[in-house]
Design a protein around this ligand. Structure first.
Ligand SMILES: Nc1ncnc2c1ncn2[C@@H]1O[C@H](COP(=O)(O)OP(=O)(O)OP(=O)(O)O)[C@@H](O)[C@H]1O
Ligand SMILES: [Mg+2]
Length: 291
């Protein structure tokens, strides 16, 4: 009669070992110290009507300076392209706007309000980010899109998927919008994942859109499919678009070239090509000619 209980005790030990690994991981998460703090008197930020401004911003993660004396004025509805070599500080710029970090010096303002003075929800609720790495959750297609706006209705989700050129391939999945994705479910191609990310951005209906190398990991066929959706997403929004492939920046109102955390060149696409500086050199290497 002793055999079964002893065997069970052995099982408990294994269960305990497994659980303690999970608890350890959870503890690591809880121990994370946020890099930004909510001010006690934080206000609600109203939707942008005028300008987004970087004012003399300096930033570093560690000792190394990543951005220095950085100024930028972005009027509502304007589209700005950001280029520069790897490590120039392009993604850092996006992180500062989302307030994942605070500047060491200077300020980031929306309509004259320092973004440190507002709630995270009202700041980030105005923004949508599409980046190179798309996280697909182990949930249905609909839930994966709705993570852009948790209370989105099925109509909103479908409309967002249509706008993102995703409705058609979703229709071809075993259970359509109710198909489970992720580790345990259907795997998507890079271009399909990216269109899910774009649908998430559509469903948010955020006035400020940030694209960080959104098509960099795609082959040219997938890029063409995704680019059409991005073009539609950009309509009527204020856009910050980070791109290696310069050809994707033709439609931007202005392009800034970052080098070691400073703006070394800025202007329109053609203007920069004709100036024959850093941008023109990068364009030549990518086989883009002036004119
Ligand atoms: N979380 C971090 N902690 C410490 N240093 C960081 C962190 N993120 C970026 N850096 C450093 O800051 C600098 C700028 O990085 P950033 O990611 O902004 O460059 P980037 O222009 O986006 O480059 P890429 O084209 O490769 O994406 C780099 O030197 C990078 O190593
Ligand atoms: Mg980057």
């Amino acid at each position: 009669m002793l055999y079964q209980p002893i065997k069970k005790l052995g099982g408990i030990n294994q269960y305990y070992q497994e659980a303690s690994v999970g608890v350890g991981m959870l503890r690591d998460v809880f121990d994370q110290v946020p890099s930004v703090e909510l001010q006690a008197d934080a206000k609600e930020l109203t939707p942008i009507v005028g300008q987004l401004t970087f004012e003399g911003v300096a930033f570093s993660y560690t000792d190394e300076v990543v951005l220095r004396d950085f100024d930028l004025v972005l009027s509502k509805g304007m589209k700005i392209g950001v280029v520069g070599e790897s490590g120039a500080g392009k993604s850092t710029l996006v992180s500062l706007l989302l307030r994942f970090y605070d500047p060491v010096k200077g300020r980031v303002l929306i309509d004259g309000v320092d973004i440190r003075e507002v709630t995270f929800e009202s700041l980030r609720g105005q923004m949508a980010l599409v980046s190179q790495e798309v996280v697909i959750f182990d949930q249905t297609v609909a839930e994966n899109i709705a993570c852009g706006k948790l209370d989105a209705s099925r109509e909103e989700i479908v409309a967002a998927a249509k706008a993102a050129n995703a409705h058609e391939f979703i229709g071809g999945l075993p259970k359509g919008y109710d198909t489970r994705l992720g580790e345990q479910g259907t795997r998507l191609s890079g271009g399909q994942r990216q269109r899910i990310a774009i649908a998430r951005a559509f469903v948010r209906q955020a006035p400020i859109l940030m694209l960080d190398e959104a098509t960099a990991a795609l082959d040219s066929k997938a890029e063409a499919e995704v680019q059409g959706a991005i073009d539609r997403l950009e309509e009527g929004r204020t856009v910050v678009c980070v791109a290696h492939r310069l050809s994707t920046l033709r439609g931007m109102d202005k392009i800034i070239v970052l080098h070691e955390g400073r703006v070394v060149e800025e202007g329109g696409f053609r203007e920069l090509l004709e100036r024959d500086g850093v941008f023109a050199e990068m364009a030549r290497k990518q086989g883009l000619a002036a004119g």
